[in-house]
Design a protein around this ligand. Structure first.
Ligand code: GLN
Length: 495
């Protein structure tokens, strides 16, 4: 069978079970695709030996019957997840040479179910960014291009390598993490599906921390069914993460009936931002019509504190990051700067951190320490926390009024060119997250579904936001939208 690397997880699972092909064959197809795609800079640490050994084990397991859904399915892992014996660098120079002795809970679960790890995926440094351009490895490149142009585009960020790899058929699915949009925005930029689960649904243990009250791992897949399968494999209570929630993990795939009749879908007025491109407004309209035609009830809603979300996020996230990143001091992990005679411990810290962190990470550490400093704590950090509570209350009120899910655009534009925004004022880059950060501040689940293309042929995504811990119904609404939108386009291969 040709092109095994293009299969969905669901199709691979079925084909493996009925012995149409083996995991070894499927894995070779992916390894071949990866080796032919260095121009995308998606995989930054390849692990073919591990993949082949895991595929052989999976084939043995499948031969015995009783294999889990992901058994034998080759996936990629974002470089933010610690993987035992395999470099885990968070795309930062400061973690150069760091090889964890332990496995993150999420990747351990995936491994336990027989998933095959192909390698580690590119990302923005410490997951700070929206374009993958802050990576020490250099930016991952979007497999999509504008019609008639060979300008390299961003796959989005921070999970840009994950998105590029899934969109270019290098792996069947990938893990991502989302602190302010890092699963959903790259998914939208590359025509794939990205799900940020409810805060607490997946364990954060062993995932290199960015902003701990916002970080959440989730699946990046070809379609909604695969997101449901993969979430089931990643989710679950973990006593090692005190914020992971001890509730059962439902069968998310079983929730995909496609029936949304009578469901109330909220359209938030405040997301009609000034200067929204016509294409995005039109896509949003079309998505609304699709859900209405599928039998959902469309209601206008108000989330009045939306406009404060981005500023609050860019106080809270750097504050937490500055504290989390204090551990990179040249002593415990990775890189240590070369020292001059007479340098003491202070010089060692300073030189290591100055060399090890890139410009965006340094900016966040400085903003973070500033907003947490004695004189400014109340004015910035505490005020942002209060705003966060109000943003969450906006959502609580809407859900209490009977809204089942909220439909918004995923991003304010299609993928932009590499370099186009990184040279500009950083706030322009931060504006990319305008539709996604509210969800992290409120701890909610949300999914980006490819729903259309812009005038230049680039994919565009719609976002559905769900009630806490109701990923099943959220995935089902997304499934309905996916079926109506019928997005099947693929990037044409240039790499
Ligand atoms: N782009 C956002 C930021 O730079 C979100 C990143 C993320 O979700 N990890 O902070």
């Amino acid at each position: 069978m040709d092109d095994l690397n293009r299969l969905t997880i669901a199709a691979a699972r079925d084909g493996l079970r009925d012995k149409s092909f083996t995991s070894a064959e499927l894995t070779e197809a992916c390894l071949g695709a990866i080796d032919g795609a260095d121009a995308l800079r998606a995989f930054v640490h390849k692990t073919p030996e591990i993949a082949r050994a895991q595929a052989a084990q999976a084939d043995a397991q499948i031969a015995q019957g009783a294999a889990a859904d992901l058994c034998g399915v080759p996936i990629g892992i974002k470089d933010l997840f610690c993987t035992e014996g395999v470099a885990s660098q968070a795309a930062s120079r400061i973690l150069d040479g760091f090889v964890p002795q332990y496995e993150s809970s999420v990747t351990a679960q995936l491994r336990g179910q027989g998933a095959v790890m192909l390698g580690k995926l590119n990302m923005d440094e410490f997951a700070m960014g929206s374009s993958n351009e802050t990576s020490v490895y250099g930016a991952a490149v979007n497999p999509w291009r504008r019609a008639g142009s060979d300008t390299p585009l961003t796959p989005g960020g921070s999970s840009g390598g994950s998105a590029a790899a899934v969109a270019a058929d290098l792996c069947l699915a990938a893990t991502g993490t989302d602190t302010g949009g890092s699963i959903r925005q790259p998914a939208a930029f590359t025509g794939i599906t990205g799900l940020k689960p409810t805060y607490g649904r997946c364990s954060r243990w062993g995932i290199i921390a960015f902003a701990s009250s916002l970080d959440q791992a989730g699946p990046m897949t070809r379609d909604v069914r695969d997101a449901a399968i993969m979430l089931g494999a990643m989710a679950g209570h973990d006593p090692r993460d005190s914020t992971s929630v001890d509730i059962p993990v439902p069968d998310f795939e079983a929730a995909l009936t496609g029936d949304v009749r009578g469901k109330r879908i909220g359209i938030p007025n405040e997301y009609r931002i000034e200067g929204m491109p016509d294409e995005i407004a039109k896509l949003w309209e079309e998505g609304t019509s699709m859900l209405r035609e599928a039998g959902a009830e469309i209601v206008e809603i108000s989330l009045p504190h939306t406009k404060y979300a981005l500023p609050a996020y860019y106080v809270i996230a750097p504050a937490e990051a500055s504290s989390n990143l204090a551990r990179y001091d040249g002593v415990r992990f990775g890189h240590r700067a070369a020292l001059d005679a007479g340098d003491g411990i202070t010089e060692m810290y300073e030189k290591t951190r100055a060399e090890g962190f890139g410009a965006e990470v340094q900016r966040r550490v400085m903003v973070g320490t500033y907003v947490l400093s004695a004189g400014f704590y109340d004015a910035y950090y505490n005020r942002a926390r209060k705003v966060r509570a109000l943003i969450k209350k906006d959502f609580d009120d809407v859900f209490a009024a009977g809204v089942d899910a909220i439909l918004t655009p995923a991003t304010p534009s299609a993928a932009f060119g590499l370099g186009e925004m990184s040279d500009a004022d950083p706030v322009r880059m931060y504006l990319n997250d305008v539709f996604t950060v509210t969800v992290n501040l409120a701890g909610l689940p949300a999914i980006s579904v490819p729903a259309g293309r812009d005038a230049e042929g680039l994919p565009l995504g719609l976002q559905l936001i769900g009630r806490p811990f109701e990923e099943g119904p959220l995935l089902n609404a997304a499934y309905s939208l996916e079926r109506s939108a019928g997005f099947v386009a693929k990037p044409s291969k240039w790499w």
